[in-house]
Write a protein that binds this ligand. Structure first.
Ligand SMILES: Nc1nc2c(ncn2[C@@H]2O[C@H](COP(=O)(O)OP(=O)(O)OP(=O)(O)O)[C@@H](O)[C@H]2O)c(=O)[nH]1
Ligand SMILES: [Mg+2]
Ligand SMILES: [Zn+2]
Length: 362
């Protein structure tokens, strides 16, 4: 493939101008450019100029990359060597990042783990009920600005609050961050969805961030007509509407905009640990979605998919207990007492509102 073709095809995937010399050099070395779509535990899914391919890191990269930060992450541009007529790829290097969202590795002073690379705009989602929290917003803004990315606050689930409440949330944010762009939306009523959509340009990369359950994946589905159907039928199957995200992935919307969905984690205040546990133990999180009860403790419940997996030897008991231990620790440290009190108060306000009939029941 000539350099021109490769460049124009990858432009749809967000490739900024690369000098023809640079691309030519890669081609001479028998390598091609590709973008990382998702990172699995043992491999990556990448997009080359003409297709989606599974890729693996070279042994050298696995064993000598000094920091987690130098490993490829979702959104990265990488150079790869293709095998089996382009069906399989080996990753050679990560190209310099234009921007990077990263968090501290839990328990380590200076190590950072990249969340997503080459992002233009990060959408921080906070739900108008239960989740809204100015201090947590600050932490996200630090990560975003530190990474050279433009932040936008998306206040989600506006269908659950009265206009008066929504306006007061906006006022509170404005007092701290007068210049921050804020968009309110509801994936249920579709209010504001058009505004979000019009905020996204083709060939630009957006990242959805925010706690578990704020509606990131639901928004992604509203923005992309194609995926809406798939999720709806999945939800009909299990009947519970549980589909928590376990890994970060980049998708190309029909509008031409690129968007990275990330997993959040419930009741976790610190970005250092946020999503880390869920991603590290994504296999366990996935199995747990089949548990009969949403709030399964995986200890004694009937219909617990985790216990079943341990019994069948599919899941290591020690790994499970480590997961539970880390989960307890971060739930404990993740939220200050004051935050917990706010949370409870918001919840009781919501309940009263529902009793008064001010808010439609779902
Ligand atoms: N009322 C209301 N509910 C919503 C809205 N958007 C999403 N939800 C519900 O909120 C729940 C969580 O939504 P998700 O999209 O899975 O949340 P998420 O942010 O992707 O969560 P993680 O993947 O766990 O990080 C689901 O039950 C959705 O149906 C909304 O605009 N209004
Ligand atoms: Mg999700
Ligand atoms: Zn269980």
């Amino acid at each position: 493939m000539n350099t021109g073709n490769q460049n124009s095809s990858l432009k749809r995937w967000g490739l900024e101008e690369r000098s023809p010399e640079e691309v030519l050099l890669l081609l001479q070395q028998g390598r091609e450019l590709a973008r990382v779509l998702t990172v699995n535990r043992t491999n990556l899914v990448i997009r080359t100029a003409d297709r989606e391919v599974v890729a693996e890191l070279t042994g050298k990269m696995l064993f000598t990359s000094e920091t987690p930060e130098s490993r490829p992450t979702v959104g990265d541009w990488i150079s790869v060597q293709l095998f089996d007529e382009g069906e399989f790829a080996i990753v050679h290097e990560v190209l310099p990042r234009r921007s990077v969202l990263r968090r501290k590795v839990a328990g380590q002073e200076v190590a950072y783990q990249p969340i997503a690379a080459n992002v233009d705009t990060a959408f921080v989602l906070q739900a108008c009920v239960n989740d809204f929290n100015l201090n947590r917003l600050d932490r996200y803004l630090v990560v975003i600005q530190d990474g050279g990315v433009e932040p936008v606050l998306l206040l989600s689930k506006i269908d659950l609050v009265e206009t008066r409440v929504f306006d007061s949330l906006i006022d509170q944010v404005r007092q701290r961050h007068p210049d921050l762009e804020i968009i309110g939306f509801s994936s249920v009523t579709e209010d504001g969805i058009k505004v979000v959509r019009s905020r996204m340009l083709p060939e630009k990369t957006y990242c959805l961030m925010g706690s578990s359950g704020v509606g990131k994946t639901t928004l992604l589905n509203r923005l992309s007509e194609a995926e809406l159907h798939a999720t709806a039928s999945v939800r009909e199957l299990d009947g519970k509407g549980r589909h928590t995200t376990t890994r970060r992935y980049l998708s190309l919307l029909e509008s031409g905009a690129l968007i990275i969905d990330t997993p959040g984690i419930r009741e976790l205040g610190t970005i250092s640990a946020e999503t880390g546990i869920k991603e590290t133990f994504s296999d366990i999180v996935e199995i747990a979605q089949s548990c009969k009860f949403t709030d399964c403790t995986h200890l004694v419940e009937t219909g617990c998919a985790i216990r079943a997996a341990v019994d069948e030897g599919l899941l290591d008991e020690a790994r499970l207990s480590n997961f539970q231990k880390l989960g307890r620790e971060s739930a404990h440290h993740g939220r200050s007492l004051a935050e917990r009190r706010d949370h409870d108060r918001d919840l009781s306000k919501l309940h009263k509102s529902i009793q008064r009939g001010n808010i439609k029941r779902r």
